[in-house]
Design a binder for this molecule. Structure first.
Ligand code: ZN
Length: 190
């Protein structure tokens, strides 16, 4: 059901904002409210949240991933609701695109065993380079969903790499799209 709503939302928003473009600095947010169920999905270039877009290799990379996961998991610091009486049911944070696969790990292991030179290692990294996306989903139940009037998106305070958020929202009676930035963090349902 929600999938259908979101598909509809995407087609609606197409001429309003460009979605799924993967522009560094720009993250995307989809919000769907039906009855008491509120679904929020964030899609973002990993660059905005981590400052890099390759599989985490160094301790610093891995620390950045843990930090980003922690920040996203702390949903009270990500969203604040005006009205609605919403309680988090579950959340899903997917940073797998920047976590080393088993294959990459064993390649790296072999490299160190064979005493390959730095040049080869550099090549390996650039070969596996490419854009990476991070996804975070939040599912709330809102006891008084009709009173939910706005959501403040506080991601700008958590991640300096997010310059803009393209947001689309849909309720049973209304829909809208807006571009948020550090000076305009509120999505208002009207
Ligand atoms: Zn990218």
């Amino acid at each position: 059901m929600l999938v259908a709503l979101l598909a509809h939302l995407h087609s609606f928003a197409e001429d309003k904002v460009t979605f799924n473009a993967h522009v560094h600095g720009v993250s995307e947010l989809t919000i769907a409210l039906e009855k008491q169920q509120l679904e929020i999905e964030l899609r973002s270039p990993a660059m905005n949240l981590l400052g890099f877009e390759h599989s985490a290799i160094t301790r610093t990379d891995k620390a950045a991933i843990n930090q980003a996961e922690l920040l996203l998991a702390n949903h009270h610091d990500v969203f604040s609701f005006s009205g609605g009486d919403c309680v988090l049911v579950n959340q899903f944070i997917d940073l797998s695109s920047v976590i080393q696969t088993q294959q990459e790990k064993s390649d790296q292991h072999m490299d160190s065993h064979n005493h390959r030179d730095d040049h080869h290692h550099e090549q390996k990294i650039s070969e596996s380079a490419g854009h990476r996306e991070v996804i975070a989903k939040y599912h709330y139940r809102c006891k008084k969903s009709s009173t939910l009037s706005a959501i403040k998106i506080k991601l700008f305070d958590l991640f300096s790499g997010i310059e803009q958020i393209k947001a689309m929202w849909l309720t049973e009676s209304k829909q809208g799209a807006s571009t948020l930035n550090v000076n305009n963090k509120n999505i208002t349902f009207k």
